[in-house]
Write a protein that binds this ligand. Structure first.
Ligand code: PLP
Length: 453
């Protein structure tokens, strides 16, 4: 059968070509400028190659798994091959399963629904809400924010030492923080967990797009990530790892695709024989384009070479850090210290500025897209900001009320598609706004700052 293959080797430029790289946006001060997408941590632009692969496949699109036709079989092959590509990308063990989900949030909720009875869960308060919240039906221990990677390991070890050693336990750790970009000591945390009979799920939503992730090397039991942060924004995510808990659990969703055989009982009820493969947790029609696009992104990043990608991204990180370090009013947020290794994600506050106002000015006056707020990691951001709203300024009239809204930060994030010019423009814009102030007037609308027209 002739299956369209993922596009063959292409010359890898730095940065990698992404969609939207030539899009112009209007400036409130007049004229237009090329959009500088610096919100990769929320959603990264699609890699051009991912888009091309999806476009090449689109005419061959067909129903997956149950169709008898040629295109159905072809699509089924692509879907199942996508699992193999993801397994290779994550350096999974032979026996691991790759389940396609909608996102990291979905993956972690799936695992939460598959926990064995009486499972204890350990999670740091610093996690993204997607990692912090799904375990509420389990016995959860929320660990205080550590201030060094060693403290993180020590805190986890102490908590695990106190646990009931007989029942199952799970530790949920993030690979790279979505707020500070800092790398967490995943291998050491996994060793500590295993030494105490606990398993580990790695939230790699922010790690996988920036860094190679090896399940074997890190020694984690599961990995979760999202396609839309990995340059494949077609609505799919991944949960990969040990099959036993997944196989023993009730299907995440009940329905077709997850069931192997369904029969009526003599008492009128229905008996179901569920699949034991990944399909058990993929009921409903699979998102074949989502899975295929993730596989394309995995191949693209692997072929571009993480050594090259990391080196380039670290150059951009240094450029941003040095630029911001030269502006005394800017405070970059950090849990593990200013020199802690991090991916291309940095959050900061600017003395005298409301973060929403600052982010609005970056957008309206410079065409730079960043993010402001608490980044779905409220406990972490509050810890980092020390809970002090006193340094925030007003956005315009009416003044933003102090409290939740003004207690926020600005996040800049970038990756494989980011040209130097975007970070240069960003550093220059931050300096100019701090020195000269905004050139436009802004007002508060629905709790956000927007240009007053
Ligand atoms: C560290 C981390 N984990 C999980 C998530 C949730 O990802 P998604 O919204 O794709 O489910 C995010 C999203 O920003 C994240 O940064």
């Amino acid at each position: 059968m002739s299956v369209p293959t993922l596009a063959a080797d292409q010359s890898v430029c730095a940065p990698l070509p992404v969609l939207g790289r030539d899009v112009s946006v209007p400036l409130v001060t007049g004229g237009t400028v090329t959009y500088a997408a610096l919100d990769y941590a929320a959603s990264a632009p699609a890699l051009q190659r991912v888009w091309d692969d999806v476009a090449a496949y689109a005419p061959y699109y067909g129903s997956v798994h149950r169709g008898a036709g040629y295109l159905s079989q072809l699509s089924t092959d692509l879907f199942e091959n996508a699992r193999k590509t993801v397994a290779a990308f994550l350096d999974c063990r032979e026996e691991d399963q790759v389940v396609f989900t909608r996102s990291t949030t979905d993956s972690l909720n799936l695992l939460a629904a598959a926990l064995p009875a009486d499972c204890q869960v350990f999670v740091f308060e610093t996690e993204h809400h997607a990692s912090l919240l799904p375990w509420r039906d389990a016995r959860v221990t929320v660990l205080d924010a550590p201030r060094t990677p060693q403290q993180a390991v020590g805190t986890l070890e102490r908590a695990l030492a106190d646990r009931d050693p007989h029942g199952p336990a799970l530790v949920c750790v993030t690979g790279a923080s979505n707020v500070t970009g800092e790398l967490w000591p995943v291998r050491e945390l996994a060793e500590a967990a295993h030494a105490h009979g606990a398993r580990v799920v790695l939230d790699a939503a922010q790690l996988a797009p920036h860094h190679p992730v090896s399940v074997r090397d890190l020694g984690v039991d599961w990995v979760a990530f999202s396609g839309h942060k990995l340059y494949a924004p077609f609505g799919s995510g991944v949960l990969a790892g040990r099959a036993d808990w997944l196989r023993a659990a009730e299907p995440y969703l009940a329905g077709g695709g997850a069931s192997r055989r369904v029969t009526r009982r003599t008492d009128g009820g229905v008996d179901v024989d569920w699949h034991e493969s990944a399909a058990r947790h993929e009921a409903g029609s699979p998102n074949v384009i989502g899975a295929y696009s993730i596989a394309s992104a995995c191949k693209s990043l692997t072929e571009a070479g993480f050594d090259t990608l990391v080196a380039r991204e670290q150059y951009l990180v240094r450029r941003v850090r040095e630029g911001l370090a030269g502006i005394p009013e800017v405070k970059v947020l950090s849990l593990f210290g200013d020199d802690a290794p991090r991916v291309g994600v940095l959050s900061f506050v600017v003395e005298g500025w409301n973060s929403s106002h600052f982010a609005a000015a970056l957008s309206a006056e410079y065409g730079i897209g960043v993010r402001d707020g608490l980044f779905c990691a409220h406990p972490l951001v509050r810890t980092l900001l020390g809970g002090d709203p006193g340094t925030q300024g007003e956005c315009g009239a009416p003044e933003a009320a102090p409290g939740e809204r003004s207690l926020n930060a600005i996040r800049v994030s970038f990756g494989a598609g980011t040209p130097d010019e975007h970070v240069e423009r960003f550093v220059r814009a931050v300096g100019e706004l701090v020195r000269d102030g905004a050139r436009w007037t802004y007002r508060t609308e629905d709790g956000r700052c927007v240009p007053a027209v």
